[in-house]
Design a protein around this ligand. Structure first.
Ligand SMILES: C[S@@+](CC[C@H](N)C(=O)[O-])C[C@H]1O[C@@H](n2cnc3c(N)ncnc32)[C@H](O)[C@@H]1O
Length: 252
């Protein structure tokens, strides 16, 4: 834990995905997401007629590929800044909706729900994280498929980079990361400076789940796990050498 950590607010997820996202996460582009989106299309056996929800779609970087594969693709995100970026990426394609994933408005509307790049486990209590799973489940028709890309706990614990400084588009980005073993969370603070002046400080705090815990959480929300991969090349899951926990299954 850093000596003087920035206090991470409980609702950090409503504050941290703002207009500086394209600076802090400059590498999260449409091009970088294309192979990942293609993998999800393949593994969910997506067809053109399937109705797809990208839950926590962010800047729409996966949707840009999904709209080529299916006629009806909806992106949902809480951040209006991210949705503005998504509209810029997608042009007139795809539908975009602003909502909180725990109280999303769709009921049995989708054949496939995708959730990429650790867009889960943000909430402080397990009741709230379960509400997010139930939100995903509610959006799916019975028998509908889901694809969730989360981080792999053992890899994350062994490969955490406690601090880093990098430069992007004239900004300096200072990040500190630590694991809270009591709360089972990985925390990160990010300070962004421009010409030596702090222009933003923010935090993130995400629940670390083992595969067994994640399965149990999904099961409590009515989601049945069929396969888990450890990366986007179909590698073995849940070993310390594999970075991701990509969970694929169906609504019961
Ligand atoms: C790590 S980003 C990933 C975005 C996108 N899936 C990608 O791979 O680039 C997480 C996204 O979740 C969204 N988000 C955070 N909390 C949310 C909530 N409670 N409800 C809906 N979206 C939320 C953020 O605005 C952000 O766009």
């Amino acid at each position: 834990m850093p000596d003087n950590p920035i206090l991470i607010p409980k609702d950090w997820y409503h504050l941290s995905f703002d207009s500086l996202y394209p600076v802090v996460y400059a590498h999260r582009t449409v091009e970088a997401a294309r192979e990942d989106a293609l993998f999800s299309i393949q593994e969910t056996k997506l067809t053109r007629a399937d109705r797809v929800l990208d839950l926590c779609c962010g800047n729409g970087r996966h949707m840009a590929t999904l709209v080529e594969a299916a006629d009806m693709v909806v992106g949902l995100d809480y951040s209006s800044a991210m949705l503005d970026l998504a509209r810029g990426v997608l042009g007139p394609k795809g539908l975009l909706v602003r909502a909180d994933m725990r109280a999303q408005p769709f009921e049995e509307c989708f054949d496939v729900v995708v959730n990429y790049f650790t867009s889960f486990g943000y909430f402080e209590t397990e009741e709230e994280n379960l509400a997010a799973v139930r939100g995903l489940s509610k959006a799916l028709r019975p028998g509908g498929r889901f694809f969730i890309d989360y981080f792999n706990r053992s890899y994350t614990e062994q490969n955490i980079e406690p601090s880093s400084v990098r430069f992007q588009d004239g900004y300096e980005i200072r990040e500190e990361r630590w694991i809270d073993l009591t709360a089972h969370r990985i925390n990160k603070t990010t300070v962004v400076l421009r010409e030596g002046v702090v222009v933003s400080d923010s935090g993130e705090s995400v629940r670390l789940y083992s595969d067994a815990e994640f399965r149990a959480l999904l099961s409590a929300g009515g989601l049945h796990v069929e396969r888990i991969f450890g990366d986007y090349m179909g590698g073995e899951c849940c070993v310390p050498t594999q970075p991701r926990m990509i969970v694929i299954g169906r609504k019961a």
